[in-house]
Design a protein around this ligand. Structure first.
Ligand SMILES: Cc1ncc(COP(=O)(O)O)c(C=O)c1O
Length: 346
């Protein structure tokens, strides 16, 4: 059976192949692939997971969320660094005073349960906690905190070609939200309007992704990815003071650079350092390790993925697919009877 076009451009799996019960048609929706959603403590049919249009989150973006991935491994589906993602969700909530009414263990188990309920072998998991319906005052007093966890297919975020051959990016005219206006280290719904402006502008001008500068004029991150550069065999990335989300993939890549024996330096990345780098790559749950081929039409390494980038990418892919025994503690086996990993690994 051939590859079938999906409504979501990045859904690059043949849905009908995975679920023969779904009638063959040109466009598939998330509901075609996913039967259930975890909503406020219960697993309910996808189509029943609804909120009121006057919910606080819809008007003010008052939600926090996560993006998590589950991969096929020889031991069945496994979720990558689940404990760390759930921990960040709770922390993001705390940064906004959003008290999530479920603890780390409950949310962790809920992620496992929703993958099992939908019978996925590999998928993306999207937990979100948000202020629901009560008042429209900006102060959310009285609004309930609601929690949903969805799971569905999501392929290469920046496209298969981008992951393979590198993406062409542009420095955005939109600055990254500053540390004194928002907590960029929280993954909060409203903050993504900043990312949306940047990526829309980049796509309109023919680039794959935007690179946002921070208030100091240094490199912050992509619209949904952290950034690394390589110069003279040494790997560099920025830290929290650069107005970035503290990515789980970033943390993993820092660790595996050390394990691979690469020197890694964490500090401000100036535009000059970036432009003069030998290699550059994005990291993110959805983007995994995506090489950057060029910035504003200036190529890195003849526009081909760099050799160190490729070594890091290969190691990362082996880890997420359970092929590297040294990192199995980063995986939560979904079909395992006691599949619960609330460990937040440092
Ligand atoms: C703005 C931003 N930066 C960085 C990342 C990468 O974070 P992670 O590796 O935890 O997915 C993401 C993706 O979640 C993001 O949205």
């Amino acid at each position: 059976m051939g590859k079938i076009e999906a409504q979501y451009p990045s859904v690059n799996v043949s849905i009908a192949e995975l679920n023969p019960e779904i009638p063959k048609r040109k466009y598939y929706t998330m509901a075609d692939q996913s039967k259930y959603i975890w909503f406020n403590g219960e697993i309910i049919p996808w189509e029943d997971a609804k909120i009121h249009v006057m919910s606080h989150v819809l008007h003010y973006g008052s939600g926090v969320f996560e993006g998590i991935k589950c991969y096929t491994t020889d031991e069945g589906p496994a979720i990558f660094r689940l404990g760390d993602h759930v921990h960040r969700l709770i922390q993001s909530g705390e940064k906004y005073g959003i008290q999530i009414p479920y603890d780390q263990d409950v949310l962790t188990q809920a992620c496992v349960d929703i993958v099992n309920a939908n019978h996925f072998e590999n998928c993306y998991i999207r937990p979100i906690a948000f202020y629901g319906y009560d008042t429209l005052g900006v102060h959310p007093k009285g609004c309930p905190v609601e929690v949903a966890i969805a799971s569905f297919f999501w392929g290469a975020y920046l496209g298969d070609d981008g992951v393979e051959n590198g993406v062409n990016i542009t420095v955005s005219p939109w600055k990254k939200i500053s540390l004194d206006a928002f907590p960029p280290s929280a993954k909060a719904s409203g903050q993504y309007l900043n990312s949306m402006l940047a990526v829309q502008d980049a796509r309109e001008r023919g680039y794959d992704e935007a690179l946002l500068l921070n208030q100091d004029g240094n490199i912050a991150e992509g619209s949904g990815q952290n950034i690394f550069i390589v110069k003279n065999g040494k790997v560099f990335t920025n830290g929290e003071s650069a107005s970035i989300l503290m990515g789980v993939t970033r943390k993993s890549v820092i660790q595996l650079c050390r394990d691979l024996g690469f020197e890694i330096q964490i500090g401000d990345l100036t535009q000059e350092m970036f432009m003069n780098a030998d290699e550059a790559f994005f990291t993110g749950t959805a983007s995994e390790i995506t090489p950057i081929a060029s910035v504003d039409d200036s190529p890195f390494e003849d526009g081909k993925p760099g050799t160190i980038t490729l070594q890091i990418k290969e190691k990362y892919l082996n880890i997420i697919h359970g092929k590297d025994n040294g990192y199995k503690h980063w995986l939560t086996l979904v079909r395992h009877k006691n599949a619960i990993d609330s460990i937040v690994s440092e």
